[in-house]
Design a protein around this ligand. Structure first.
Ligand SMILES: Nc1ncnc2c1ncn2[C@@H]1O[C@H](COP(=O)(O)OP(=O)(O)OP(=O)(O)O)[C@@H](O)[C@H]1O
Ligand SMILES: Nc1nc2c(ncn2[C@@H]2O[C@H](COP(=O)(O)O)[C@@H](O)[C@H]2O)c(=O)[nH]1
Length: 187
């Protein structure tokens, strides 16, 4: 049976970059679904399964998700089928969720490893402003980070914490993450 590494943390802490690198190293990514519009570089079936609200609500009515949430006015959810597929394989798969999603996954699959990817607020602010997009959404992401996602209440559920703010060499971040997945380091 496979094992799942669930990454969570504030916006722009580097979760997607880490996932991208892990797929290069052959670790399969579990793709979640969203109704958020794709960013300019994002592809359907690679970054997310991009759905219309109608498609998402239909899947919800069919009980296709093991968990789902609403964030900044968009739905996000984890398809039961994608988790089952990952677990059928013997390898180690990774997924990006919020804390509630991680806890829901852990409840179903107790050996899920929760990996918090953090970055300080100045890094988050800088990276989000660089990403561009709607100013009110950027502000909301910064506020969520400041008020919740950097708090001890949020980080305390992690099995392991990795800080990836400006000044941390991304190669070192990846080395740590790969060691965690290989089982060489858990704290
Ligand atoms: N160690 C690092 N040093 C410098 N820049 C980084 C580092 N890690 C990630 N970044 C950059 O920060 C930006 C945000 O990263 P990424 O999209 O992976 O964050 P995220 O946590 O997935 O964000 P979100 O939850 O908002 O989707 C990207 O432009 C990425 O290239
Ligand atoms: N509970 C879930 N949270 C999810 C899922 N897919 C992504 N996310 C989280 O949503 C926010 C916003 O993501 P973004 O791509 O718009 O920046 C972030 O915290 C993700 O980790 C999911 O299926 N379930």
């Amino acid at each position: 049976m496979g094992k799942i590494f669930a990454f969570y943390g504030p916006s722009a802490s580097g979760k997607s970059e880490i996932q991208r690198e892990l797929t290069v190293f052959g670790y399969p990514k579990i793709i979640t679904a969203t109704t958020r519009p794709p960013r300019s570089h994002e592809e359907d079936g690679v970054h997310y399964l991009f759905m219309t609200t109608e498609q998402f609500e239909h899947a919800l009515a069919e009980h296709s998700f093991i968990e789902w949430t609403s964030y900044n006015g968009n739905y996000y959810g984890t398809l039961k089928a994608s988790i089952e597929e990952a677990l059928r394989q013997d390898g180690k798969a990774h997924i990006v969720l919020d804390l509630a999603g991680v806890l829901a996954l852990k409840q179903l699959y107790a050996d899920t490893v929760a990996v918090y990817i953090g970055a300080n607020i100045s890094t988050i602010t800088r990276r989000l402003k660089l990403r561009g997009g709607a100013a009110d959404e950027t502000e909301s992401r910064i506020q969520k980070a400041e008020q919740h996602e950097l708090s001890i209440e949020y980080t305390q559920h992690a099995d392991v914490i990795v800080w990836n703010h400006d000044g941390v060499d991304f190669n070192d971040t990846m080395l740590r993450v790969r060691n965690i997945i290989a089982g060489n380091q858990t704290d």
